[in-house]
Design a protein around this ligand. Structure first.
Ligand SMILES: [Zn+2]
Length: 406
C-alpha cells in the first residue's frame, strides 16, 4: 500500500466560481490576519500563539456583524488554512523554510476541505463524482480512476486561472518485476534523456515552440506598465505558457521514467548542480527544470517498485572522462558532440559517454583520482551486485547549498 496523489482539472460553474473566489478570499484573510497577529504577539510579548488560538478568536469574530461574512464560508476551509499556517511555522522553526509570508490577491491560491468519512459515500465515488461542502457537485475531468478514498481535498487555482482538485489516497500498486539491470542517465538539450545503453528520448518539438512563445510573451510583459490592467492580463498569458511547458514536460518525463523504472533495478542520475555550471541561461533553466522533475519522479517511482536510485557526485567529470579507459580530458567544449579518445582510440558520442560515466561514478565504479589502466569498467547493462550497495550510503544526496545557481 502506498500514498498516491492525484490531481484533476475541474471546471467550476459561474456560481461555483463566485463561491470559490469568496473561499479563496476568506482563507487568505484568515491566513494574513492570523500571521499578523502571531508576529505581533511574538514581537511584543514573546508569546507563541497557534492556529487553535486564532480559531477560538474566529468563533467570537463571526458573532460580530462586520465579520458575519466569515460564517458563510465552509468552516473546514478556514480551519485548514490555520492548520497549513501551523505547518508553515513548524517548518520555519525546524529551519526547513523561510518565515511564512502574507498571501496576495491575484496569486495562485488553494483551499482545503476535510472530507467527513461518515458521509463519504455521498460525497465521493472515484471516477464518478465529487461533492464538496458549500460548493456542491464539481465537474471533474477524471483522467484516471483513483484506487482509494481521500480524507482531504485541496482545490487550487493556478496563476493561469485554471482550477484543480488534488488529493491523496492509499492504494495498492503492482510492483514491476525484479530486474538486475542498471542504467545511467544524462540529461541534454537535443535529447531530454540519454541512457548509458545509448537510448535517446528525443526532444518533443512543441517544448521548443512554447519556449519561443514564452520569450515573446515575456518581452511584451516588460513593455507594459507594471500593475496596470494590461500588465495583469499579459502576466496571466505568461503564466499560461509556463503552465503548458511544465505540464508537457511532466507528461513527457512520466512516460520516460515509468519505462526506465520498469526495466532497471538500479538507476543513476547526475546531481542537479553539475549542469548549472556550464550551460547558458535559457538552456540552463530548461535542462535544470527537466532534471529536477526527472529526479522527483524517479525518486517516488523507484520507491514504489523497490528500485535503487543513485546520484553521481556533483563534481564528477562525466563529460570529460573516457568511459573505455578512464582518462580525463582537459577540455570538452559543449560544441563537441562526438570524439575519439586520444589514449585508447575509443569513439564516443558525447552524451552516451556521459551517461555511462554517470552510472560508473554513481556506483563507485571508478576510484578517486580516476587513475588509468587495470580497472574493469562496468559498461551499460552490466548487472550491479545490489548487496554491495549499502542503501543508506547509496541514497545519500549531496544537497546544493544554492551557491552554484547564483
Ligand atoms: Zn579512452
Amino acid at each position: 500500500m502506498i500514498q498516491r496523489s492525484y490531481q484533476f482539472r475541474f471546471y467550476p460553474t459561474a456560481v461555483q466560481m463566485v463561491l470559490l473566489a469568496q473561499c479563496f478570499g476568506a482563507a487568505r484573510w484568515v491566513w494574513n490576519t492570523a500571521l499578523a497577529w502571531r508576529s505581533h504577539c511574538y514581537k511584543i510579548a514573546g508569546e507563541k500563539v497557534t492556529g487553535v488560538d486564532f480559531s477560538r478568536e474566529l468563533t467570537w469574530l463571526k458573532k460580530i456583524e462586520a465579520f458575519a461574512w466569515l460564517a458563510t464560508i465552509p468552516s473546514t476551509v478556514l480551519t485548514q488554512a490555520l492548520r497549513d499556517q501551523d505547518r508553515a511555522f513548524a517548518n520555519f522553526f525546524a529551519k526547513r523554510a523561510r518565515y511564512p509570508r502574507f498571501k496576495k490577491h491575484r496569486e495562485a491560491a488553494s483551499i482545503r476541505f476535510q472530507i467527513d468519512q461518515r458521509g463519504v459515500m455521498n460525497a465521493y465515488r472515484a471516477g464518478e463524482f465529487l461533492k464538496l461542502p458549500g460548493l456542491g457537485l464539481l465537474d471533474v475531468r477524471w483522467s484516471r480512476i483513483p484506487g482509494g478514498v481521500p480524507k482531504m481535498v485541496t482545490i487550487r487555482r493556478d496563476a493561469a486561472g485554471r482550477y484543480f482538485v488534488a488529493f491523496m489516497v492509499e492504494e495498492a500498486i503492482q510492483q514491476a518485476p525484479v530486474s538486475t539491470q542498471s542504467v545511467g542517465i544524462d540529461v541534454g538539450l537535443k535529447d531530454v534523456i540519454i541512457t548509458s545503453a545509448g537510448q535517446k528520448s528525443g526532444n518533443p518539438r512543441y517544448l521548443r515552440r512554447y519556449q519561443r512563445r514564452l520569450k515573446m510573451a515575456q518581452r511584451r510583459l516588460s513593455r507594459k506598465q507594471k500593475g496596470s490592467n494590461r500588465w495583469h492580463r499579459q502576466k496571466r498569458r505568461v503564466a499560461r505558457i509556463h503552465a503548458r511547458i511544465s505540464d508537457s514536460r511532466k507528461d513527457f518525463l512520466h512516460k520516460q521514467t515509468t519505462a526506465l523504472v520498469h526495466d532497471h533495478g538500479v538507476i543513476a542520475i547526475e546531481d542537479l548542480c553539475v549542469k548549472g555550471l556550464v550551460r547558458t541561461r535559457l538552456a540552463k533553466s530548461m535542462s535544470d527544470a527537466a532534471l529536477g522533475e526527472l529526479r522527483r519522479q524517479l525518486e517516488y517511482k523507484c520507491q514504489w517498485h523497490g528500485r535503487v536510485l543513485l546520484v553521481a557526485d556533483r563534481f564528477a567529470p562525466t563529460s570529460k572522462t573516457c568511459s573505455s579507459c578512464g582518462t580525463v580530458q582537459a577540455e570538452m567544449p559543449l560544441r563537441i558532440r562526438d570524439w575519439t579518445c586520444p589514449d585508447c582510440g575509443a569513439v564516443h558520442e558525447r552524451d552516451v559517454n556521459a551517461a555511462v560515466n554517470v552510472l560508473m561514478f554513481a556506483t563507485g565504479g571508478r576510484p578517486e583520482g580516476h587513475a588509468r589502466g587495470g580497472r574493469e569498467t562496468p559498461s551499460a547493462g552490466v548487472p550491479v551486485d545490489l548487496g554491495k550497495l549499502a542503501p543508506d550510503e547509496a541514497r545519500t544526496k549531496p544537497e546544493c547549498a544554492g551557491a552554484c545557481h547564483g
